[in-house]
Design a protein around this ligand. Structure first.
Ligand code: NAD
Length: 343
């Protein structure tokens, strides 16, 4: 499934339905957490960014995503994050789906954020601040409306052109949007705060005094060593929820804290093994970095919809000689197509 196939799928099904259904697939897989092979992703760091491989398997299917994170790319006219993924059969090892995962990563990241917030934000949450109005931002807004009914947005970006792009994309869609002049102004009166900035630095997009009782923080942009968005004090005031602890300790906001700082894994909340929000005053923090199971779920979702509707293109990617042991014959068949073998 290339970019056009994913765009067509979203067009056919509807963005907010896709986000809701994808959140359902992710939650389903989080509830069977024990069935998956899990490891922190393999990351190759450079001064400009990171290239990562994210594998997992549930014993039936194997998936991996190739993804990067290069904050300076937008200045070169390139995406900060691009990716593609593979879903394969464990019983044969044959890949079944190769899919674009740039749009799909934005979908699955927003779906995961909304799924987490459904368990962690206050039930009466109606206003979300979004700090960072880049590639991920509209997807986050749509996911929170689809899954939690949040329509009121308070938004801020350091770059006015990002704000203009966001407003143009979100015009006439039924959102009530207030543009703030600073992150501090954006979070005023917000029940949920999404930070989704890109900068390879230990930033304080939110400082402790900006975070009020009862807020849910959806911290998406800090996802790599040396790249964080929240002041450490905030993490100590609230309860921190993570995807896969060994990976988040390396990449998430909690890299700023001692290695045994207590956190709760989301799957524990999804499967009723740990409480989510424990009261209206509690500060909850989803320290999102992106985990392989979410990509597995997203690929599973694309595969199921592709099979239903016949999206996608069949690639001649896997050699298939008539006699499986005669791989060499594929090379010679073209050169000597008419030479019969006497038996
Ligand atoms: P992007 O480069 O398209 O957008 C980032 C935006 O943040 C830009 O508009 C930039 O001007 C703004 N920004 C930077 N510093 C800011 C500041 N101090 N205050 C306000 N705005 C600021 O990037 P993107 O593709 O939208 O990704 C955003 C971040 O999310 C990246 O760091 C990326 O690595 C991360 N990400 C995380 C996950 C996950 O699963 N957790 C998934 C995808 C992307």
């Amino acid at each position: 499934m290339d970019v056009d196939a994913v765009v067509n799928l979203v067009d056919r099904i509807g963005l907010e339905t896709v986000l809701t259904e994808m959140a359902g697939y992710i939650e389903e897989d989080y509830r069977r957490w024990g069935e998956f092979e899990k490891s922190p992703r393999l990351a190759s760091h450079s001064p400009d960014g990171v290239i990562e491989l994210m594998p997992t398997s549930d014993g039936q299917a194997f998936a991996f995503k190739y993804v990067n994170g290069h904050p300076a790319n937008t200045a070169k006219g390139l995406q900060t994050v691009v990716g593609f993924g593979v879903l394969a059969s464990v019983s044969t090892g044959y890949p079944e789906l190769i899919a674009e995962m740039t749009i799909t990563t934005a979908l699955r990241t927003a779906a995961t954020s909304a799924m987490a917030a459904r368990h962690l934000a206050r039930d009466d949450a109606s206003t979300m601040a979004i700090i960072g109005l880049g590639a991920q931002s509209e997807f986050q807004a749509h996911a929170f409306r689809a899954v939690l009914g949040v329509r009121r947005l308070r938004v801020y970006d350091v770059d006015p052109s990002a704000t203009r792009k966001f407003l143009a994309n979100m015009r006439d869609l039924g959102f009530e949007i207030t543009v703030a002049r600073s992150a501090a102004e954006a979070v005023l009166g917000a029940d949920i705060v999404t930070t989704v900035t890109a900068d390879k630095a230990q930033n304080h997009i939110l400082s402790d005094n900006m975070v009020g009782a009862g807020m849910h923080l959806n911290a998406v942009g800090g996802d790599c060593p040396g790249k964080t968005e929240l002041a450490a004090d905030i993490l100590r005031r609230g309860e921190v929820f993570v995807e896969f602890t060994p990976q988040t300790r390396i990449e998430g906001e909690i890299q700023q804290l001692e290695p045994d700082f207590p956190v709760t894994e989301l799957w524990q909340v999804m499967s009723g093994k740990a409480p989510g929000r424990r009261g209206a005053e509690q500060i909850t923090i989803f320290d999102s970095v992106g985990f392989a199971i979410e990509d597995f779920s997203a690929l599973r979702y694309l595969r199921d919809r592709m099979v239903e509707a016949g999206d996608g293109t069949r690639l001649n990617l896997l050699a298939a000689p008539t006699d499986p042991r005669d791989l060499f014959g594929l090379l010679t068949a073209r050169e000597h197509p008419a030479t019969p073998v006497a038996v």
